[in-house]
Design a protein around this ligand. Sequence first.
Ligand code: F6R
Length: 613
Amino acid sequence: MCGIVAYIGEQEAFPIVLKGLKRLEYRGYDSSGIAVNNNLNLNLLKKQGKVAELEKYAEEFDTSGTVGIGHTRWATHGAPNDVNAHPHLSGNGKFALVHNGIIENYAILKKELISRGHEFKSETDTEVLMHLIEEIIEKQNVSLLEGVRQALNEVHGAYAIVIISKENNQELIAARKSSPLVVGIGKDEFFVASDATPIVEYTKNVVYLEDGEIACISLDSGLKIKTISNVEKTPYIQELELQLEALEKGGYEHFMLKEIFEQPRSIMDCMRGRLNLKNSSVALGGIKDYEEKIVNAKRLIIVACGTSWHAGIVGEYLLEELARIPVEVEYASEFRYRNPIINEGDVVICISQSGETADTLAAISLAKERGATILGICNVVGSSISRLTDCGSYTHAGPEIGVASTKAFTAQVTVLTLLALMIGKKKGTIPSNRFNRILFELNSIPEKVEEVLKSDKQINFISDIYKDASNALYLGRGINFPVALEGALKLKEISYIHAEGYPAAEMKHGPIALIDEEMPIFVIATKDASYEKVVSNIQEVKARKGKVIAIVTKGDTEVKAIADHVIEIPHTDDVLVPLIATIPMQLLSYHIAVMRGCNVDQPRNLAKSVTVE
Ligand code: F6R
């Protein structure tokens, strides 16, 4: 949600910042801007629309300078236009600021600043922060660092900021609270960004700023960190594992398609070193120290948002079935504003691809305050959530750039499966022959996903038939109900077709009223415990002339005889079906969205990493 990039060193800053913004564009893409200090002035370029618009616009201007900041925006305060785009200048034009997050008390601060003569150009909270910093510096004659520090003590809310000064092209200041910021350390140069993706091609050495920290980056004295309460900190330099190729499209038309096709590998990477067929065991290194607590948990509470929440519901079925522990799955945004009851012996599992989702972070803080043990399932190594949890497992899916989550979902479900198996084995709640069977099947999932991906042409053909639908229904039962929810979310977020996911049997309690001959109904009808029931649900749809597209187990004849289209997937254990049934859903959404001319990697109004409430 908003991407920040900054550079200071000996190279030209503009091209580095621009390229960085393109890498971060998945975080927000309604407007962008760059400010560069050219030794005389702060040259400011801002443009509504994608970063490419800014690039075109910048061709006519002087962009020289060796220190610069850039921002790609996902609007919160004020419409997405040139004026509200960041960076924002101070009233005296001496400073420029980029900001990700929300200054919650900006309205009061703005009123006070206006009463003292400040004039504002934009509707943003960011410009208010910029003026506040300027006022402190001017009134108290303090350094930029001190001005920033004092101002941050007056604001409430979330921020990641970077600020540069017209009068000093040897320094930039960055700070964070509840919004991520990474500093890259090169040779005589530094980079700052919302995540490591714009940095990795220049350096592998990074420092993740902690909440309440301010970095003073100077070409003379290097990187210094202090807290907003003025305590010096020693920077902790880490080495990035991220590979540059993982950030490129690799020949695919879209990141989303590439990421869908990466799933055989990403699921395999997620299991690597954890699933051991030879000695019939599962090991999750990141939770080892808390294993006993988790195995003996009285209750598991899963908190997450969006697609990660859907993975959580799959997890509920897995953990209750295999580990026999009661599970509750909560939207993180609701959990934090209830007064949740957390008892001794409860373990909170938080799931997040980005590891930066504000609602999930807040839910973790609340659960921690109440004494819960927190287990994290995250994709982004070093992310805020992964650092806040007591223990956890990375999903190892690799960077997910497409805004619609695909490979992160299947990797989250893979970790949850491994966790359920690990607990179940320790607790003795899975008979050993079933444990071995599931383990064996899980190991073959990457191959089975590969097989499903071969149906891409057929799925493309079906997509063409339903691309003009205005509504769609997704149905599944048991562990495949969350797959229906996820299918519906994928379709609506990238194709803008209204879609709902339901437990198949719930259809008759309301949504059945929507069905007519125009309505596609996607049903997961694989051969499992609820197969016969689902077949009856399909009959109910057909009786009302709905169009049924069913995902069936290879060789199925019963559903084939009544459905309009079937997409076959290989047979697997009931608890593993979500890992493969999800794939055709992803491909259907992708193709329909492309056929409707939608921007699948950057759908309207969305952003990859939701760092605001
Ligand atoms: C949907 C999607 C979102 C995210 C949600 C949580 O495709 O990507 O619904 O799943 O915003 O994000 P993370 O998992 O990063 O916490």
